[in-house]
Design a protein around this ligand. Sequence first.
Ligand SMILES: *Cc1c(COP(=O)(O)O)cnc(C)c1O
Length: 331
Amino acid sequence: MGLAQFRTFSLVHRPTPLEHLKQLSAALGGPEIYIKRDDCTGLAFGGNKTRKLEFLIGDALEKSATTIVSVGSMQSNHVRQTAAAAVKAGLKCELVLDWQVPWTQAAYGNSGNILLDRLLGATVHLCSKDEGRNDKADEVMAAIEARGEKGYFIPTGGSNAVGSLGYVDCAIEIMDQAKHQNIKVDHVVLASGSGGTQAGMMVGLAGTDSGISCIGIDIDHDPVGVRAEVTRIAAQTAELLGISPQTTFELAEGYGAPEYGMPNDKTIAAITQLAQTEAIILDPVYTGKAMAGLIDLIAKNRFGKDESVVFVHTGGGPGLFAYSSIFENTP
Ligand SMILES: *Cc1c(COP(=O)(O)O)cnc(C)c1O
């Protein structure tokens, strides 16, 4: 697919495991379910952003940047992995974070990902509700340039064409593993938020004529917005690779309510079920919603019983600790 032409900075423990969820598959009575363990990418508690950052940090080094700047919510998994990647690459890191999510537990502001951002030495700029985090990031970039240093800005979720190359790479890794493990994969299912993960996966699966479908689950409760972002980023990623754009993909909606960062009852049930059937730890913002979507799609017979589905575990575990009050009475 031509990935070798891009400079990368090695961060991922690869390949991440591709495991059979035997007990969950039996319990749901549908297709065979496999899980791609991208929660185990290895960098500071792992997650999907680490693959994107291999290409983004490579690009930053190519451009002789000294400081990485990025944005996100207080419990962003993306900025935590960005802070860690910057440490590994010997770069400085400044983060602009907001607390837009209406979750008021104190841990949201001092535990989980934000604790790790600070521990990793990133400079954290908190952004009030009325300041846009991208506007504030522009100011941070300008201040860096004014000091005579060079900033490199990474957008929300690391979702642009360069970042998405990490999931083109993941698509190829899944196909190689499936071949060696004798699994015929029919569908890949993943959480879709800022869109770069699904865009890259889709370009990778389509660009190799794999015949594997890529189903995103909208975790933002904004299917129109997410669909537009996946479409835009996929087109730019294909262009970067010099291949023809792939525009057909599926985004399943109805699992993201009430809004980004806020789990619903089915999210919590899916997190509990996966912990207690497979010892897989999901999170309330992304993977819990995506798994609830997969469980519901199976109930609605979206997949044949003889098919195989790969669920991509995109990480997010540290965020769970910001939502501890949900689980006080579990089981
Ligand atoms: C960012 C993130 C996603 C979504 O990936 P996008 O590329 O933003 O669509 C899914 N799961 C977790 C845990 C994430 O942190």
